[in-house]
Design a binder for this molecule. Structure first.
Ligand code: SF4
Length: 377
């Protein structure tokens, strides 16, 4: 069954991580005005979703844990006045390890936040410093243990691999530390050097060389092997969990569920259109105050929706369903996939079973290539 989610973008960070390409600012001058605008936007957008019931709420950023409990509570309260938040709703807050204190965690729980996503990235100080993260390895471990002690059982940790100086031994140690901490969910991403980041600048100046493909692959294989041997389910290319504690919010994206994105740069999808807000904070605040446009909208064609289905579905253990392709997107798309799949029939990249298509582990290593070959252009 499809779910419905709300994403809240908090575009503030205390420090610039050198690899970061998300929308954020380190100036907190407009924080109060921006939160007021977010709260107004929740009401302005109340008709975007075709439902009154919300299954997942996700505070992302930026760094949502720079918000006070009163600010988070105010946003949740506003959502509550416009929608019915399902009793079983997953409410996630992304947190930086050094923002976490016993009182903050207890109060988050009282507000109904029931999932934490902790931006650890590495359990080694030298890597954290190199990325210009603001926490250290002691704070990383402490924040996880504290969250568990306070009663959060649904926790995600983010880790980054593919750093040029990250030896296999150190990456392995990061994975072992994660496993020892008994956290039920891991999101592990390969470092990518985006042009508009500090690392992008370093790369242009010849001060940073990216890891080679062999090493990348070794890191990814180590990730998969370690998680498998510790009984984590590899349910999406970069995501692993225990006890079926899938990220409900992200799974909703991958399964074509509808979602409303609130805040600068946030994206929304309601089955027929996609819309995205301006990523200039002051434009966003002013437009909301003045009642003018702050987002762009795109009506989706069947081709767009079909390609999205491939792109997101094949990343997950749920794969794509050829019956859904035929019934939802039409015969032309069904025939297209059938034809394109022929060339993979004897490959070790895809598995086809009961009209469903899945990427194999081998296929996950080259997922972008495979998915782009199956897309309708
Ligand atoms: S805390 Fe997150 S959003 Fe902020 S700069 Fe670092 S990676 Fe980017």
């Amino acid at each position: 069954m499809l779910m419905t989610g709300i994403y809240i973008h908090i575009p503030f960070c205390k420090k610039v991580c050198y690899y970061c390409d998300f929308h954020f600012t380190v100036s907190f001058k407009q924080k109060g005005a921006l939160i007021e605008a977010l709260i107004s936007e929740i009401e302005l957008q109340k008709d975007y979703l075709n439902t009154g019931e919300i299954d997942t709420i996700y505070f992302g950023g930026g760094t949502p844990s720079v918000l006070s409990i009163v600010e988070i509570g105010g946003i949740l309260q506003k959502i509550n006045t416009q929608y019915t938040i399902s009793n079983a709703a997953e409410i996630t807050l992304e947190a930086n390890p050094d923002d976490i204190s016993p009182q903050y965690l207890q109060e988050l729980r009282q507000l109904g936040v029931n999932r934490l996503s902790i931006g650890v990235q590495s359990f080694f100080d030298e890597d954290l410093k190199w990325m210009n993260r603001r926490h250290n390895s002691t704070e990383a471990e402490y924040s996880i243990k504290l969250s568990q002690d306070i009663g959060f059982s649904n926790i995600n940790v983010d880790l980054i691999y593919g750093l040029p100086q990250l030896s296999n031994e150190r990456w392995n140690q990061n994975l072992l530390t994660f496993i020892d901490l008994k956290v039920p969910h891991l999101s592990a991403y390969h470092l990518t050097i985006e042009p508009k980041t500090v690392f992008g600048y370093y790369k242009r100046k010849g001060r940073l060389t990216e890891i080679d493909e062999d090493m990348s692959l070794q890191h990814y294989k180590m990730l998969i092997e370690s998680m498998k041997s510790a009984d984590y389910e590899h349910y999406e290319i970069s995501n692993f969990c225990k006890d079926k504690l899938y990220s409900q919010h992200n799974t909703n994206y991958w399964k074509q569920g509808h979602y409303l994105g609130i805040g600068p740069s946030a994206h929304s999808y309601n089955g027929s259109s996609r819309q995205w807000n301006t990523s200039v904070n002051s434009d966003y605040i002013n437009a909301i105050k003045e009642g003018t446009a702050f987002s762009e909208i795109e009506q989706l064609s069947d081709k767009d929706r079909f390609n999205d289905y491939l792109l997101t579905g094949l990343r997950t253990i749920w794969g794509i369903d050829l019956e859904v392709v035929r019934n939802t997107y039409g015969l032309a798309y069904f025939k297209h996939v059938e034809k394109e799949l022929q060339r993979f029939l004897n490959s070790s990249y895809l598995r086809i079973e009961d009209q469903k298509v899945y990427l194999t582990e081998q296929g996950m290593f080259i997922s972008d290539k495979i998915i782009s070959e199956l897309m309708f252009v």
